[in-house]
Write a new protein. Structure first.
Length: 312
């Protein structure tokens, strides 16, 4: 659905993006994350045919941004970070106006507008003036407008920006629904935990270069040098015993006792530890919890963009 090859944009001697390679299929919900100025918007605008690359190629459903921009525009819905609404239009008038621009006429236009209001849960605001909506409702209205012509590809630039917690949850649910509808979605954001919950793939971009492009779980594993286990015992007095037992184990590099659990840092390259819980039980330990410590997407992002996150 979306494929880019060595996609590059320069302004003078400065690179806005450099060598971006993407390959997304139908139903992929791709989280595009990076600091401000990293190149997210530039990449999305090129895919939407609103900006020409300096070199490289981008394809949408097999169409080239260089030679078939009109075909691509029929297939793409692009929602910028900030967009204006017409103050003197109601919500339904606003959507009908854009539906007419897409040449959706007659009863089909009415039906499509009603359908989109239902998808974004704005039916109760259909007769409200667009400029009276909250930030979250305005974002949902923008998404409804973007969906009017039933695009196969959606490019959503910072749709979660500036939303309160409830509005973020609502927008997150909408994004999941789009993936279930078979749309290919690129959503950019710097609100990292939100993307981890929603997206099946993530790309981390910094200073115009794509640092990682993989499934969320794979990106997190890439930045962790050591697997870390968290162990709790049924009897608190056994915590010290666990630490002593594991300190000399061939797979264990270090143990870090805590208030109610022990962190076990395995040696570099060790990711198979299924024998450890059995071994502890055989040594008389009553386990309450034995799990791998999760590294969140935010920590991965900081590590991959030369931030200050702790690397295990």
């Amino acid at each position: 659905m979306i494929k880019t090859v060595d996609l590059t944009k320069k302004y003078g001697d400065a690179f806005a993006i450099k060598g971006i390679d993407l390959d997304l299929q139908a139903g992929d919900l791709f989280g595009f994350i990076g600091p401000n100025g990293a190149g997210k918007t530039t990449t999305m605008r090129i895919i939407a045919t609103l900006l020409e690359p300096t070199w490289g190629e981008a394809y949408v459903c097999g169409h080239s941004v260089h030679t078939q921009p009109k075909e691509i525009r029929r297939l793409v819905g692009y929602m910028p970070d900030f967009f204006g609404v017409y103050d003197d239009m109601t919500v339904v008038e606003y959507l009908e106006f854009f539906a007419a621009a897409y040449r959706i006429n007659g009863q089909k236009r009415t039906d499509r507008v009603d359908e989109m209001l239902d998808v974004v849960d704005l039916e109760f605001k259909r007769d409200a003036y667009a400029n009276t909506l909250s930030r979250g409702q305005t974002q949902r209205l923008g998404l409804a407008r973007t969906l009017l012509h039933d695009p196969q590809v959606l490019l959503l630039d910072e749709p979660l920006s500036g939303l309160d917690p409830r509005a973020r949850i609502e927008m997150r649910n909408l994004l999941r629904k789009l993936g279930e509808m078979g749309k290919t979605v690129i959503v950019s954001s710097h609100i990292l935990p939100e993307l981890a919950d929603v997206c099946n793939k993530v790309g981390i971009i910094d200073r115009g270069e794509l640092k990682q492009n993989a499934k969320v779980t794979e990106v997190i594993r890439m930045v962790r040098e050591h697997t870390v286990l968290v162990i709790q015992t049924a009897e608190r007095e056994q915590m010290d015993e666990v630490a002593k037992l594991l300190q000399g184990h061939e797979k264990v590099q270090a143990t870090e006792p805590g208030d109610d659990a022990i962190r076990i840092i395995l040696k570099a390259g060790v990711d198979e530890y299924s024998d450890l819980p059995k071994w502890l039980i055989e040594n008389g330990i009553n386990l309450k919890r034995f799990s791998e410590e999760e590294l969140d997407l935010e920590s991965a992002f900081m590590a991959l963009t030369q931030g200050t996150s702790r690397r295990m």
